[in-house]
Design a protein. Structure first.
Ligand code: ADP
Ligand code: MG
Length: 458
């Protein structure tokens, strides 16, 4: 029987490794390796540069050894050797720095959990979701850039990773980077006098996903560098997706020309989750954890006015942990206990009152609060329904309490109005925009009322 050469064995191993590691990982680290020699228990793999040797030795040695053992049926130790004679070394990286930069390109770990499939769609985020899906499918041809903004913990990073996953699956070269990473890399490149490699890296992307761009604001040189990267990619019809906690127009210290670039494409916002979305998210999360959390507990947690999905997940985890600790089955009572110090403070802090809501809705429809409370005014029907919807979303008022606030309507009237808006909001972008504008206004009012009532310590 002919013994197989090291290269033949290695090719078989690569075939298996290709399935076992992610595509970018394979491309960066394994594609340009060769089987050098095979003696006794030692298998020597030739790699194009010391950086690859170091990475593979540190992170992939066990997996590679296992794969080789599977193929040869022999115990095996793997050694990586930098191999100057590699057939493709001309196309390899010329400097270590370049290899390092390139590795950052592709070794960025997209969180496998952050996909479109695991993203729950509600009225608070469905525009952002649709836009993200659309750019992932029609790179650079639709909205470019796509600019997604919203508060902390609302799913911006999740959507950005989801775009990345879909693009990678379609063999698109994606660069995913945070504003902070971009800044650090840029600073390092300047320090190491290696801005050419930095530029090359970013301009080679088919798609640039940049998370939390607000980080670069006010850092003049980084902004400048990003401006050029942006233009180069945009001119070449490469897709750019940007997230931020704030919309471009409110980033006052952002250089004007960069701000206007951001406004070229589509800007969408993400709102805090409403009750329905909170409920859906919690239902999805409880399905993932194999714990018996009943619907009444889920509803109880969803009722707490968490304005942030990360907190919402945290609350669920806390209830589960608490139940484990006390060896009790989760009940709403137990949940209340577990969330005592976080949940119940939240609605109190949120000083959005029904009056504030009625006022904001009336304003937005150019009516007066009295119009909304009046039983006679037909022309204020939609405004009244919107007010009902918002009061139910934003406060803990019961149906009959809401009825009382709006001029003595009965609970079934309130319930019908709520259901009507809750379903229309998904199909009517105009209505959705209007409602999210009102919510935005409420948040601002809430903040300013907090500020004005704050006492200054002397
Ligand atoms: P952001 O980047 O806006 O601060 P993240 O994307 O990090 O927020 O989201 C915070 C957490 O909430 C993550 O665990 C994410 O998976 C989860 N999450 C956010 N939005 C959704 C959603 N619509 N469906 C399911 N999970 C979500
Ligand atoms: Mg984020």
């Amino acid at each position: 029987m002919r013994t197989r050469s090291a290269q033949e064995i290695w090719e078989a191993a690569l075939g298996e490794l290709q399935i076992q590691v992610s595509k970018p990982n394979y491309r960066t680290w394994l594609e340009r390796t060769i089987g050098l020699s095979y003696q006794g228990n030692q298998f020597v793999v030739g790699v194009p540069n010391p950086f690859a040797a170091e990475y593979l030795d540190r992170s992939q040695r066990t997996l590679i050894a296992k794969t080789l053992i599977g193929i040869t049926r022999h115990d095996m130790q793997v050694v990586f050797q930098v191999n100057g004679r590699h057939p493709n070394s001309a196309s390899g990286y010329s400097t270590l720095e370049e290899a390092r930069l390139a590795s950052q390109t592709t070794s960025v770990r997209l969180n496998p959990k952050y996909t479109f499939d695991s993203f729950i769609i509600g009225s608070c985020n469905h525009l952002a979701y649709s836009a993200a899906l659309s750019v992932a499918q029609n790179l650079g041809l639709g909205y470019n850039p796509l600019f997604i903004y919203g508060g902390v913990g609302l799913g911006k990073t999740h959507l950005l990773h989801a775009i990345g996953h879909l693009a990678l699956a379609n063999n698109i070269q994606v660069i995913f980077v945070s504003g902070e990473q971009f800044t650090n890399e840029f600073i390092n490149a300047i320090r190491e006098k290696n801005t050419a490699a930095f530029r090359k890296k970013y301009r080679s992307a088919d798609m640039l996903l940049i998370d939390d761009i607000h980080f670069i604001i006010g850092k003049e040189q980084t902004e400048e560098s990003f401006f050029h990267t942006f233009n180069a990619l945009h001119n070449a019809n490469r897709q750019i997706v940007i997230t931020s906690t704030r919309p471009p127009k409110s980033m006052s210290s952002l250089e004007e020309r960069l701000r206007s670039r951001f406004e070229w494409g589509l800007i969408v916002d993400m709102q805090p989750p409403d009750f329905e979305t909170r409920l859906l998210i919690l239902q999805a999360k409880t399905k993932q954890v194999a714990v018996n959390v009943g619907p009444e507990v889920v509803e109880f947690i969803a009722r707490q006015a968490f304005r942030n999905i990360r907190q919402l997940e945290g609350a669920l985890n806390r209830v589960i942990a608490y139940a484990r600790l006390t060896k009790e089955t989760p009940t709403p009572r137990l949940a209340a206990k577990a969330l005592e110090d976080i949940a119940f403070k939240e609605p109190k802090q949120a000083s959005i009152t029904t009056d504030l809501i009625i006022e904001a809705v009336a304003d937005s429809f150019q009516l007066t609060p009295a119009d909304l409370k009046s039983k006679k005014r037909k022309q204020s029907t939609v405004a009244r329904e919107v007010a009902i919807y918002l009061i139910r979303q934003e406060t803990n008022y019961s149906l009959s309490q809401i009825g009382t606030e709006l001029g003595g309507r009965d609970p079934s009237f309130v319930s019908r109005a709520y259901t009507k808006i809750a379903s229309n909001i998904n199909t009517n972008p105009h209505l959705q925009r209007k409602i999210s504008d009102i919510q935005q206004r409420l948040r601002t009012k809430q903040k300013s009322s907090k500020r004005s009532s704050a006492t200054i310590p002397i």
